[in-house]
Design a binder for this molecule. Structure first.
Ligand SMILES: Cc1ncc(COP(=O)(O)O)c(C=O)c1O
Length: 490
């Protein structure tokens, strides 16, 4: 974790996460959480903790709580106060495997870590994830009964992907208006690995990546982990703004452009057909490599073609997708479609990473992709009910919150007028709900007064989450907005 003057408090609020659920006086649980962060190497010797007043503001706690927590850490020899330079970590990480080397990472890593930790009694709205589709079970059984002998008849290493799956994916794109052959497909472990491989291929330290603002914290972290600088491009209701992108590519040398044209995360915007054409044109004109991440796939004949369908061939346009949103995140099947010679280079990186994805999962994916239309229609039906339930509750309980019904995707992008969502997120956590504040999704640190609220939960969970959010909002508005908001730095 990067701790510096500007971002320290905001980062800490995110990294400490659900420390509030521990029993005991608040100052002591905060001290405990900070000391855990030191023990785990998230904070390392020499890091400066945020000033007391600033952390109090970010966590919406009294300053005396922070003063007492820091005092406790001083008594335990974990931090020291150095006149003029604030409160500094002096203890080293402990335990096996901990050196004083921080992992590269960012906000999304903390959020995902908590998904794995599954904190008790906290409803986490940090990730929008659905359960697996039941169709998967039937296909898996049929595969085990009928296909296994053929699959077991070869060595099982396919660094580029199982041939039948590569063909199925190529056929999927051809049906959707982007003629493709198997040589243009690389199978990966989820879209996440696909983005990581593209980052490895195109980016070096200090490379620049254009991203929509807001954007998905997962990709922001991947790009930051390779040392890239992020430049934000604003959006409108048709997707990334073409005028702003035009200005950016004329003014700065971008190494890569990353966009989410279909149900952008977090806004849910569907990029229009004309905007897709325009983005492809700009990339071609500037020979700017593009990664388009289409997490939400549907019946190819009924969805807009990927941006790559409008390219002239002058620029390298890569299309990334996967089955996480349509079928199940646990399947971990994603892919990249691009020019065959780029896929060749990416395949070398994939082979280096893991020699290829699991064959049984790939064989299952090859059966499920032709059923994507049917599966998406069923998911959409469930989501429609959940969205109605969520918006009715929100309108009744939190009338000052503002949102638009998204074109698609699993979340509402909500504006909390005049509020700092980072601070509200800290209050919400104390009321037992974890939310993603807008600034986490925006490398420029704007969208501070927004939050992403996934609605893809059972009705009882949503009802309870919104009840808690309402209580948290009452407490937050009593406390008042911070006088001096903190913008996390890039
Ligand atoms: C836009 C976007 N891309 C990629 C992913 C991750 O996909 P996968 O689970 O296939 O790695 C997500 C998951 O939330 C996402 O929202």
């Amino acid at each position: 974790m990067k701790v510096d003057r500007n971002s320290a408090a905001a980062d800490l609020a995110t990294v400490l996460g659900d420390w509030v659920s521990a029993p005991g006086p608040r100052y002591r649980t905060l001290a405990e959480a900070l000391s855990d962060a030191v023990r785990a190497g998230v904070l390392v010797r020499g890091d400066r903790l945020p000033a007391e007043r600033r952390l109090a503001t970010m966590l919406a706690l009294s300053r005396s709580t922070i003063v007492a927590a820091y005092q406790e850490l001083r008594t335990r020899g974990i931090v020291a106060s150095r006149g003029g330079s604030g409160t500094i970590v002096i203890a080293a990480p402990s335990g096996p495997g901990h050196g004083e080397r921080r992992l590269a990472g960012g906000d999304a890593i903390g959020l995902r870590q908590r998904l794995a930790d599954r904190p008790k009694d906290i409803i986490t709205l940090a990730l929008a994830v659905d359960d697996g589709m039941p169709e998967l079970a039937a296909e898996l059984l049929d595969l085990a009964n009928n296909e296994l002998p053929a699959l077991l008849a070869d060595a099982g290493y396919h660094p580029r992907g199982l041939p039948i799956l590569r063909e199925t994916i190529a056929d999927y794109y051809t049906r959707g208006g982007l003629p493709s052959v198997a040589e243009q497909i690389l199978v990966t472990n989820g879209a996440t690995q696909a983005i990581g491989l593209a980052a490895q291929l195109y980016l070096r330290r200090d490379a620049t990546v254009g991203v929509e603002t807001p954007s998905w914290p997962g990709c922001v972290d991947i790009f930051r982990a390779v040392g890239a600088r992020l430049l934000g491009v604003p959006m409108d209701e048709e997707g990334i703004r073409a005028d702003a992108l035009h200005t950016l590519v004329n003014q700065s040398r971008l190494d890569l452009l990353f966009v989410m044209p279909t149900f952008h995360n977090p806004t849910g915007t569907l990029m229009s057909l004309s905007r897709r054409r325009r983005v492809a044109e700009l990339c071609d004109l500037h020979k700017l490599p593009l990664v388009e991440d289409i997490a939400y796939i549907g019946e190819p004949e009924n969805t807009l073609p990927p941006i790559a369908a409008f390219g002239s061939g002058a620029a390298e346009l890569l299309t990334i997708s996967g089955l996480a949103k349509t079928v199940w995140g646990g399947l971990r099947i994603g892919w990249i479609r691009g020019p065959a010679q780029i896929i060749d280079r990416l395949a070398r990186l994939k082979a280096l990473a893991d020699l290829g994805s699991a064959v049984l999962d790939q064989a299952l994916a090859a059966r499920l992709i032709p059923r994507v239309g049917e599966l998406t229609a069923r998911r959409a039906e469930i989501h429609r009910h959940q969205l109605t339930h969520a918006t009715e509750l929100l309108a009744a309980s939190l009338p000052s919150w503002r949102w638009q019904i998204p074109d698609g995707g699993p979340a509402l992008w909500i504006e909390l007028p005049g509020a700092d969502a980072h601070v509200y997120a800290a209050v919400a956590l104390r009321h037992g709900v974890e939310i993603v504040p807008g600034a986490t999704t925006d490398p420029t640190g704007r969208h501070d007064s927004y939050l992403r609220l996934p609605y893809t939960f059972p009705e009882e969970t949503l009802t309870e989450a919104i009840r808690r959010l309402t209580h948290a909002w009452e407490e937050f508005t009593r406390h008042g907005p911070p006088a001096d908001p903190v913008w996390p730095t890039i």
